[in-house]
Design a protein around this ligand. Structure first.
Ligand code: ADP
Ligand code: MG
Length: 315
């Protein structure tokens, strides 16, 4: 079978002195997938991506990209992989165009293909009009797009992106994802870490990473289904008091606060909703809205992590 574009990890492990950053994870990402790694800070996302991209040696286990061992066959791998690090660096005092030339040199993109490739990527990243601007003078979103264009200069089959949209405004994030969609259509395998749940929803598969382990993986829709019981959303003025009343009620397993609303996990919404309503009325709490709702990936993730036993090994 042609392995081009496939990402595999077997018992991939990284320890730093006392920190078990990655605890024996297993992965098999098919060519052309968009795989999202989501999890809180310190979960092990960056360390995982570094090992998969061949820039960090695993303590144990193996990783393969396009069939090549990312540690032992690093040189073969270089041409397969594009990697945009979490803190990637552009040359601030070089122009957009000069940065692209620099990466073209590094990856040996020469001859007749070089100029059309640079122009294609500048167009692709919507940076054509900014070719002569210094990288330092670009907006945050434009810097990310330039970083992406540089990572694509050698036409990689697999793209690793470590929180590429972190700190970027919503419009630029959407534009960045439009570019990723084009790459996906072109058949590039995309492995992306993100803290944004709306981005996770756009992946074909998601791995939930927590304390160095992938505690669940699957299509976003399937992960949402993993939440046991029902969810009730409550909008009220006195949220803290509402939470206090609801949290101790029979049938309530968990309460999460989101801005002006509470999400209450219950065993049976039809049964518990009237009980909660009357309890809040008895406590003189004015409820603006109370209704059953469907959990998003965010709730699913928090709920799965909350009910997670201390990790032993990847499942
Ligand atoms: N180079 C390093 N040396 C020591 N500890 C590290 C190093 N890199 C990461 N860690 C630790 O490993 C854990 C996972 O970090 P990281 O992979 O950066 O997580 P994430 O990207 O999910 O925030 C953290 O506890 C972090 O402090
Ligand atoms: Mg990280």
């Amino acid at each position: 079978m042609d392995q081009t574009g496939r990402i595999q990890a077997e018992q991939l492990t990284k320890h730093f002195r006392k920190t078990q950053a990655v605890r024996g994870i297993n992965l098999d990402v098919a060519p052309g997938e968009i795989y999202g790694l989501i999890g809180p800070d310190g979960a092990g996302k960056t360390t995982t991506i570094r090992m998969l991209a061949g820039v960090m040696k695993p303590t144990a286990g193996t990783a393969r990209v396009s069939g090549f061992d990312t540690h032992r066959q690093a040189e073969k791998l270089r041409h397969q992989i594009g990697y945009m690090a979490q803190r990637f660096s552009l040359y601030g005092d070089l122009s957009v165009r000069e940065n692209m030339d620099f990466y073209a040199d590094i990856f040996g993109v020469r001859g007749a293909e070089r100029e059309p490739q640079i122009q294609r990527l500048l167009r692709f990243a919507r940076l054509e009009e900014f070719q002569d601007r210094n990288a330092d003078a670009l907006s945050g979103g434009m810097k990310k797009k330039l970083g992406l264009a540089c990572a694509l200069i050698h036409r990689p089959k697999v793209l690793f992106l470590d929180e590429p949209t972190n700190g970027v405004d919503p419009i630029s994030r959407r534009e960045f994802w439009d570019i990723l969609s084009d790459l996906h259509i072109a058949g590039v395998t995309i492995f992306i870490s993100t803290a944004y749940m709306d981005e996770a929803e756009r992946c074909s598969r998601v791995g939930l990473m927590y304390q160095g382990a992938i505690i669940r993986q699957g299509a976003p829709a399937d992960l949402r289904q993993l939440v046991r019981g029902d969810l009730i959303a409550i909008v009220a003025h006195e949220l803290a008091a509402t939470e206090h009343v609801v949290a101790s009620m029979t049938g309530v397993s968990e309460v999460q606060a989101y801005g002006d609303r509470l999400h209450v996990f219950v065993d049976d919404a039809a049964l518990r909703l009237p009980e909660i309503e009357s309890a809040l009325r008895a406590a003189s709490i004015r409820v603006t809205q109370i209704r059953p709702t469907a959990p998003h990936l965010q709730e699913a993730f928090i709920s799965l992590v909350t009910h997670q036993r201390p990790p032993t090994a990847d499942r």
